[in-house]
Design a protein around this ligand. Structure first.
Ligand SMILES: O=c1ccn([C@@H]2O[C@H](COP(=O)(O)OP(=O)(O)O[C@H]3O[C@H](CO)[C@@H](O)[C@H](O)[C@H]3O)[C@@H](O)[C@H]2O)c(=O)[nH]1
Ligand SMILES: [Mn+2]
Length: 732
């Protein structure tokens, strides 16, 4: 058997393996124990309610019921967490390079001021330089900002790429995002490195100067064609109202690098938009790219990337191929998802931007079920997935493409046609975009919603989590941006939670119970705000009104509370540490979770309600990736960034004040009346909340820098806290 054919050998050399994580059985046992504690606690609440029913006791029941629901859904991630490994070196036994499928990469950008074009260019360059047959690689950039600045940046990038790609390949550079490469001060410097660096710097300055001044100098144009491209920005062209602009910047087979090798395709696409037409944000942009790319290259595999998510490993597509090309793979495999990992996060991750649970731990948990959620970026999809359920779709036909140049008039005409703003409303068959075809519309978290609907159709996915991060992106370094991001997510997630196909009812039946629960966990994420808000205010107000609400120390129920708290915190801590996190990062993570609960989750939920009853609309507010120098310095020092008088801060400052006052009051009670027995749990809770509020106290009174808490917010929250106290003295 030893000297068998290639296919024989491949049976012994796996492309990938999978194993359950070690702590799975411990998770399962703990789930049973914890469940008993929760049931006991709920029983305790019922007993209390039977005794006397007050608003306060009802609110505590509500808080604990929501906590129990979230706990129950979260267990689904813990039942079969799976770790996979791929063996790129075995890929050669299954497929030759010439058998690799073509790959279309989609990069989305939406605003040249929030997403600096030079960083989008870096993302594009890093994937254009993939270790992948160049003639099979195409990069499509979607510019929802409809900005000449972005087009200009990509013209520059196309030129620089003809130097950068051969440089990377020749010297086997691992870091193929130029900015990251030059910043890392590479130890092995190659002869042409200085020249390339200079070239890159010049490009960067040209692009940044253009963005700053808003002027694109014609001196930089190399051809009539380039000049002509800008003529489409006529008077009346705005980012919200303009015809489609598609520009082929590099064409495979025609354009060559400085060594004479072909370049990959690079295409700039700004889909058409009409002032009163819904454009469905990123999902709409991706669908336009699906159609445009179909007219040009129609690759069977698609990688989607956000503007800031650059490739950190040139072999990533090969990893995805280990699954996609595996002959024994389940034909229902829809996509291979890589985690979102971020660069530039400060040492202790003050905003919990790393979000290990969301981007690493939970996808590992779902990988053992039907597969992870699509995380919006870093997903390698089979194109056919977007055109029907697994039983309906066959492999795509490539013959309609023929051998026409993607710059040919015919192809460009059909590309412009499918990118037109009216295309989706043009005919019955095209109106299925967003419902039956493509990325799904109807939620501001199009990524989660799309993958949920795909799994309901029967598709599966796989989580690929290599040691060296496949992609690195940007996480907000400004607290306000961070809260705003979670607020947008909250609206989008609730749109999924309460849609016709809610995961809790439809998903649990259609996919399977555990997967449905995982999707339910995320779609109901914002309702964390209910228990967090109740626990941030109610025990505190009770304390101020001399009311003891938790069991006494001598009461056995006291220990049930303690167990529930320590159990869930302990498990969360262990999970984070086992996945490679640190204690400080865990601490900050739980703190930010509370802050989000009070602020973004609750405000986002209110906004969701306003949106669903038609009072207001909320769009996709793009997270800024542009960082100011001063702000960046503060972030590096671990200081919270407030600075703006935003209503998002109000619940935080109000809670901080109430907790401080009630803590001091409670301590005074203990000293004056010796009520330690019945107030201990309440005081412990308030003390814990206070420790978590430390950055807020600091920002309100101790800091003098420009990012401190605006006085206006502090004053309003003092008034709010006072009003709450007055109201509570009537209620208690
Ligand atoms: O109308 C729009 C709005 C956004 N985008 C792009 O969408 C991407 C993600 O936007 P960002 O502001 O970075 O959102 P985040 O909250 O950081 O993104 C997370 O959440 C989004 C859903 O809310 C997902 O789309 C993202 O992939 C996921 O990383 C960016 O590349 C944008 O350019 C568009 O193309 N068109
Ligand atoms: Mn982002």
């Amino acid at each position: 058997m030893g000297g068998g054919s290639l296919t024989d050998q491949s049976q012994f050399l796996p492309l990938h393996t999978r194993a359950l994580l070690h702590h799975t059985s411990a998770n399962r046992v703990f789930a049973v124990v914890y469940l008993c504690a929760i049931l006991a606690l709920l029983y305790h609440h019922f007993l209390a309610l039977l005794h006397t029913t007050t608003v306060v006791s009802l609110l505590f029941l509500l808080a604990d019921a929501v906590l129990a629901f979230m706990w129950a859904t979260a267990q689904a991630f813990r039942m079969c967490p799976t770790r996979r490994q791929v063996f790129i070196e075995h890929l050669q036994h299954v497929a030759k390079e010439s058998d690799y499928p073509a790959l279309d990469v989609f990069i989305c950008t939406a605003d040249p001021y929030k997403e600096p074009p030079i960083s989008v260019v870096n993302t594009a360059l890093s994937v254009m330089a993939y270790d992948y047959p160049t003639e099979k690689l195409s990069v499509y950039v979607s510019d929802d900002g409809g900005s000449q600045l972005t087009l200009f940046a990509f013209m520059e990038a196309a030129r620089f790429a003809t130097h950068w790609l051969p440089y990377c390949r020749k010297n086997k550079i691992l870091e193929r995002c130029p900015e990251a490469y030059f910043e890392s001060n590479p130890s092995s410097w190659f002869p042409e490195a200085d020249q390339i660096k200079l070239m890159y710097e010049k490009m960067r300055v040209r692009v940044e100067t253009a963005v700053k001044s808003g002027i694109i100098s014609h001196d930089y144009m190399n051809s009539k064609q380039e000049l002509e491209a800008f003529s489409r920005w006529t008077d009346g062209f705005t980012s919200q109202n303009h015809p489609a602009v598609i520009q082929v910047l590099l064409e495979c087979g025609k354009d060559e690098d400085v060594m004479g090798h072909t370049m990959p395709n690079l295409v700039y696409v700004s889909r058409g938009k009409g002032i009163n037409l819904p454009h469905n944000f990123k999902a709409g942009a991706l669908n336009a790219l699906l159609r445009v790319s179909a007219t040009m290259t129609n690759a069977p595999v698609i990688l989607t990337l956000d503007s800031d998510m650059y490739s950190n490993d040139p072999q990533t597509p090969l990893r995805a191929l280990c699954y996609l090309l595996d002959p024994s793979m389940d034909p229902k495999l829809a996509y291979v998802q890589f985690p979102q990992i971020f660069y530039g996060i400060n040492k202790n991750d003050i905003y919990g931007g790393e979000a290990r649970h969301t981007f690493q731990i939970h996808p590992t948990g779902m990988d053992g079920l039907k597969g992870p959620i699509y995380l919006g970026t870093g997903g390698f999809f089979r194109r056919k997935v977007f055109f029907g359920d697994p039983s309906e779709t066959s492999e795509l036909k490539q013959d309609h493409l023929g051998s026409k140049s993607i710059k040919s008039r015919v192809i460009l005409a059909s590309a412009h046609h499918v990118a037109d703003c009216n295309f989706e409303s043009q005919s019955q068959s095209q109106s299925q975009w967003g419902t039956k075809m493509g990325f799904r519309y109807g939620s501001l978290v199009e990524d989660m919603y799309t993958s949920y609907m795909l799994q309901c159709e029967g598709w599966k996915s796989i989580f690929c989590h290599p040691k060296r991060p496949a992609f690195l992106g940007n996480s907000p370094t400004n607290f306000h941006d961070f809260l705003n991001q979670t607020r947008r997510w909250s609206i989008g997630l609730l749109e999924v939670a309460f849609c016709k196909y809610s995961p809790i009812t439809y998903g649990t039946r259609t996919i399977n119970l555990l997967s449905g629960l995982c999707f339910a966990y995320y779609s109901f994420w914002p309702i964390w705000s209910i228990p967090i808000t109740i626990y941030a205010f109610l025990p505190q107000l009770a304390l101020l009104n001399y009311v003891s609400i938790f069991p006494k120390m001598s009461d056995p129920w006291f220990f049930v509370y303690i167990f529930c708290f320590l159990g869930t915190y302990g498990q969360d801590y262990l999970e984070l540490i086992l996945s490679g996190g640190t204690t400080q990062r865990w601490w900050n993570n739980q703190r930010v979770w509370m802050m989000r609960g009070l602020s973004s989750f609750s405000i986002g939920s209110v906004e969701y309600i306003l949106k669903s009853i038609g009072i207001s609309t909320f769009g996709f507010n793009v997270t800024s990736k542009a960082v100011e120098e001063e702000q960046s310095k503060r972030y590096k020092k671990g200081m919270f960034e407030f600075g703006v008088a935003s209503p998002l801060f109000l619940p935080l400052t109000t809670a901080a004040i109430i907790n401080l006052v009630s803590f001091l009051w409670g301590i005074a009670q203990i000293f004056r009346q010796g009520r330690i027995e019945d107030l201990l749990l309440q005081i412990l809770l308030v003390g814990f909340a206070m420790v978590n509020c430390w950055p807020i106290y600091e920002a309100m009174v101790l800091r003098a820098d420009e990012a401190k808490m605006p006085v206006k917010i502090t004053l309003i929250s003092i008034v709010l806290a006072w009003a709450l106290y007055l109201a509570s003295s009537i209620a208690f």
